[in-house]
Design a protein around this ligand. Structure first.
Ligand SMILES: *Cc1c(COP(=O)(O)O)cnc(C)c1O
Length: 225
């Protein structure tokens, strides 16, 4: 089995090559290492190998892990977030990528304000019903973006989406192109992060304009559920 640092180096090379195809530098694309089910010792190893951004899906798991790391980690919440968990998440995560309702946005904004902070968020767009149960419908993205942009305590930074799982990454391309189109309709101030692309399709996502990719298995190996 290849080592974690080899895996990370290979992923970074692939990111750089895909970015180059869009005339961008590798550092125009942020690598978020997705650490759901990954134990903290392996995460510390990844940190040693240069990873600075961790993405967690599950509230309980994240709550256990966060206190085990220092302030040099940027945490991303990328899973479905129940409104009643917003209080914990607000202010602890650099970026909450999975805002998909007005209720969640308002609660997060309220909790962030109470914690004396501004929470950066992305809207999660449901690109394909088969890819995810959650996310705002593409047709409603602009409206929700307008509301979130006006919500005190929140800073809207952009959009996140997932393409349906497929063996051929080309299947993902039209979904990513659609997300980019929605992204380009946002006011410039909210067009900072376009989070799309996972292990199976991140090069396609970068070719379609991703500024952030979320990669789990290509770094940590296949997840044993
Ligand atoms: C699990 C997950 C990823 C990473 O998936 P891999 O295919 O292992 O790279 C990325 N984004 C989200 C939202 C996820 O849930």
């Amino acid at each position: 089995m290849s080592s974690l640092s080899d895996n990370i180096a290979r992923v970074r090379e692939r990111i750089a090559a895909a970015a180059a195809r869009t005339q961008r530098d590798a550092d125009a694309v942020t690598l978020v290492a997705v650490t759901k089910t990954v134990d903290p010792a392996r995460m510390a190893e990844a940190r040693q190998a240069g990873i600075t951004d961790f993405g967690e899906n599950y509230f309980q798991e994240a709550r256990d892990k966060l206190p085990q790391f220092g302030a040099d980690i940027r945490w991303h919440f990328i899973g479905h977030l129940q409104t009643n968990k917003a209080r914990y998440v607000a202010g602890r995560f650099t970026l909450v990528q999975s805002v998909d309702s007005m209720a969640l946005a308002q609660e997060l904004g309220k909790r962030a304000t109470a914690a004396g902070t501004v929470q950066s968020v992305l809207l999660e767009v449901k690109l394909d019903a088969a890819a995810t149960k959650f996310g705002v419908a593409p047709e409603q993205t602009e409206d929700l973006a307008g509301i979130v942009a006006e919500t005190p305590g929140l800073a809207l930074q952009g959009l996140m989406g997932m393409a349906p799982f497929a063996d051929d990454p080309e299947t993902a391309r039209p979904h990513f192109a659609r997300l980019r189109t929605l992204f380009e309709r946002l006011p410039a101030a909210h067009r900072q992060v376009l989070s799309m692309g996972m292990t199976g399709d991140f090069e396609t996502a970068i070719e379609e304009g991703a500024t952030m990719v979320r990669i789990g298995s290509a770094i940590f190996g296949r997840r044993v559920p």
